[in-house]
Design a protein around this ligand. Structure first.
Ligand code: ZN
Length: 466
C-alpha cells in the first residue's frame, strides 16, 4: 500500500501491520490498545504529565458517569453533545430516576465539585487535569486513533479570578503545546474557530490542527476560553479581597489519542511506522548476527550491549529470537524502531556495532566503547531530521490565495474574509472545504473578502479535513 496514492488505506494498513490497535473488538469504534500501541500512547501521556505538572497543574480522576441533571445545566453544551452521548438508564433491573451519561468530556462532572472546592480568591487559580477515556457516538466512518467512539483523552480545567488571568493560562497552554509537539516532531497551526464551529458553551475556541501528507487537516486538540459561561449555571464563585462574591473565569485544554494518529500519519512510510525517538516504545533494537561457530560469544555480546543501553536510559529491545536477521529487520521496520543495532563476529573483533537508521536507511558503525552516547547522538539526529522533514511538508501545503480560481487540492488556504457567517457557509458549501478559523496570532490584513468582495480586515484558513 502506497502512502502517496491512498493515504487513508495506507494508514489503516500501517496501524494493523504494526499491531498498534486491534479493531476486532465487537463494538464498532471501540478498539483494543495492544501492548505496543499502549506503550507509545503512555509515552505521549508522560510528556503531557511532565509539562502539566511543571506548570502547577494537579492530576485528578473524576467519575465516568454524570447525572442528567448536571449534564443539562449549560444550555449550549447540551445542545452540542445531545446527539453523541451514551446514556445509562438502568442499574441492575431498576430503571434509574435520574439517567446517567458517559462523559463525552468532563465539564459537567467537574464543575459541580469546583463549586464546592472554590471558596475564596486564595483557592485560585485552580488548575487540574486528567487523562481518562471519554465516549462519543461518532456517526462518521471510524478510523483507529483518528475517529473512535471510546477516546483516550487528556483534559485540563482551570478557574481564575479574572479574564486576564484566564488569558494568561491560554498563553501557557500554547507554550505547553509547543513542547509536547516538539517531542512528537509534529508541526501544527492554531486558529480561532468561527462562532458557528466553537466548542458548545465556549466564549471562543482555539483549534490545534496538523496537516497530513494528503493535504487534509487533522484536529489534534483545542483550547477554550469559557469566561463565566459555565461558572454561572454551576455557581462557581469566590469571595474577593473586598468580600464580594464573583464568578470564576474558566479555561480548558484538550488533546487525545489523535496525537498518536497524527504521528503515524506524519512520519511513517511505505515500509511501516517511523516512531519519533521520544515516544518510541523501543528506541533501539539489538540484533545479534550469529554464525555456527560464534553463536554463544555473539549472543552474550548482544545481551551485554542491550543491558548497557538500558542502564543508560535508552529504551532497548534485544531480539534474540531464532530467526533470520532479514526477517527481524523487516519486523522492526514495520514497528518503526528508530535505530537498529547489529552485532556480529566481525563487529566484536573491530570493537564496533553496526547501526541502521529507520528514517533515512543510513548505515555506519559506533565504537563499542562509547555505544550509549553514540546511540543517543543518532537518536537526537533522527528526531531533528523527522522534525525538519515534517516542517517542510507542512510549509509546502500552506497557500495564500486571492481568488477561488486558485483553489488547489491538498492545500491549507488562507484568504481575506469579511467575518460574516453567510460568506463562510457559502464558501464551505460551494467548494467542499472547511473554514478552520482566523489565525490565532493576529495578522494585519487589508484587502477584500474573497467570497463577497467587501472590505476585509482579517484572513481565514480553510482546508479539507480528515
Ligand atoms: Zn464576505
Amino acid at each position: 500500500m502506497e502512502k502517496e496514492d491512498n493515504f487513508g488505506d495506507w494508514y489503516l494498513d500501517i496501524v494493523e501491520k504494526a499491531n498498534l490497535s486491534d479493531k476486532r473488538y465487537p463494538v464498532k469504534g471501540m478498539n483494543v490498545w495492544t501492548p505496543y500501541g499502549w506503550k507509545a500512547m503512555s509515552n505521549i501521556d508522560g510528556f503531557i504529565r511532565k509539562e502539566l505538572d511543571a506548570t502547577g497543574h494537579d492530576e485528578v480522576c473524576f467519575p465516568l458517569m454524570i447525572p442528567e441533571t448536571e449534564f443539562k445545566k449549560e444550555k449550549e453544551h447540551i445542545k452540542g453533545f445531545d446527539s453523541e452521548v451514551y446514556w445509562v438508564t438502568h442499574a441492575g433491573l431498576n430503571e434509574l430516576d435520574v439517567k446517567l451519561v458517559l462523559r463525552p468530556t468532563s465539564e459537567t462532572a467537574m464543575y459541580p465539585m469546583f463549586a464546592l472546592w472554590v471558596r475564596s480568591h486564595h483557592d485560585l487559580p485552580l488548575k487540574v487535569y486528567q487523562i481518562v477515556n471519554t465516549f462519543r457516538y461518532e456517526t462518521k466512518q471510524t478510523r483507529a486513533f483518528m475517529r473512535v467512539r471510546e477516546i483516550h483523552f487528556f483534559e485540563s480545567h482551570t478557574c481564575h479570578v479574572s479574564e486576564e488571568d484566564a488569558q494568561r493560562q491560554i498563553a501557557e497552554d500554547v507554550d505547553i503545546l509547543s513542547k509536547i509537539a516538539r517531542s512528537l516532531c509534529l508541526p501544527y497551526f492554531l486558529s480561532v474557530r468561527t462562532d458557528w464551529d466553537k466548542f458548545p458553551g465556549a466564549y471562543y475556541t482555539i483549534g490545534i490542527d496538523t496537516v497530513m501528507p494528503n493535504g487534509r487537516t487533522l484536529q489534534i486538540g483545542s483550547i477554550h476560553q469559557y469566561r463565566t459561561n459555565f461558572s454561572e449555571p454551576y455557581e462557581i464563585t469566590y469571595e474577593d479581597e473586598n468580600g464580594e462574591h464573583k464568578h470564576v473565569h474558566q479555561t480548558t485544554y484538550g488533546m487525545s489519542e489523535r496525537l498518536l494518529g497524527a504521528v503515524i500519519g506524519m512520519h511513517s512510510d511505505d515500509k511501516g511506522l517511523i516512531m519519533p525517538p521520544d515516544i518510541a516504545p523501543f528506541q533501539t533494537v539489538v540484533i545479534p548476527i550469529v554464525s555456527k561457530d560464534n553463536r554463544q560469544q555473539v549472543t552474550e555480546a548482544a545481551r551485554a550491549l542491550a543491558a548497557e543501553l538500558s542502564v543508560c536510559g535508552i529504551r532497548t529491545k534485544l531480539d534474540d529470537r531464532d530467526a533470520r536477521p532479514g526477517s527481524k529487520y523487516y519486523d522492526w521496520e514495520i514497528k518503526g524502531v528508530p535505530l537498529r543495532l547489529e552485532i556480529g563476529g566481525r563487529d566484536i573483533e573491530n570493537g564496533v556495532v553496526t547501526f541502521a537508521r529507520r528514517d533515512t536507511g543510513e548505515k555506519g558503525t559506533i565504537s563499542l566503547k562509547s555505544v550509549a552516547p553514540g546511540a543517543e547522538l543518532l537518536l537526537s539526529m533522527i528526531s531533528a531530521s523527522l522534525r525538519e522533514k515534517a516542517e517542510m511538508s507542512h510549509m509546502s501545503k500552506m497557500e495564500e490565495i486571492d481568488s477561488p480560481d486558485r483553489i488547489s487540492e491538498g492545500k491549507i488556504l488562507k484568504f481575506g474574509w469579511c467575518g460574516c457567517e453567510e460568506c463562510g457557509h457559502k464558501f464551505e458549501d460551494t467548494y467542499g472545504l472547511k473554514i478552520l478559523g482566523t489565525p490565532y496570532l493576529p495578522e494585519r490584513y487589508e484587502g477584500r473578502c474573497m467570497i463577497c468582495g467587501k472590505d476585509a480586515d482579517r484572513t481565514v484558513l480553510a482546508a479539507r479535513t480528515m
